[in-house]
Design a protein around this ligand. Sequence first.
Ligand code: CA
Length: 222
Amino acid sequence: MSRILVVEDDLEIAGPLIRSLQGAGYSVALVGDGKVAVDKVKNTKPDLIILDLGLPTMDGLDVCRSIRAYSMDTPILILTARSSELDLVVGLDAGADDYLTKPFRTSELLARIRALQRRTSGGEVIELIGDSIRLDTEARVCWVSEVEVPLTSTEYVLLELLMRNAGRVVSRQQILRDVWNTDWSGSTKNLDMHVSALRRKLGDAGHHVATVRGLGFRFDRS
Ligand code: CA
């Protein structure tokens, strides 16, 4: 179940909003203060944030910027009475994903939430900033310098595992367990062959997949 954090100081809006969200099966938490909202996001890592703009202690746009500085990918839907195009642009610049003008219909809000969840969870992209390798973990596609690299599913899963743990050594055991579902150490040669093939396909970017002797492998960002 998705956990939604509602940041809204007006209880006449928050009350019915929360009931609608709960009725639609979401688990909902409410915060009515900007600074508290930022802390709450850090502590509870909600799946989606519905954010009012006019808030005590910290403006919604600043809340949005603070959340973005901390977490790049939590979907944020801004609720606002401000409806000018300029406000929309400022809101999106601050890092919001979508924007709904008050008053709104519940059905419209729920549709926007579903679309947002599809877009964000459906298109989760691990991106290495300043680097040439990019993975789309939903489509399971790998690009090097924006050119798609045709990986086998095993090579792809292996690369994703290493990239998710970038900078840390992933042991052979863990790779065998996660990629091949086995603890059989005899298949470690098989693992080496896949790593070699993966490096070859990545071309110049293959050096990111480093062998750490006696331990396992590590994805190096640089
Ligand atoms: Ca408000």
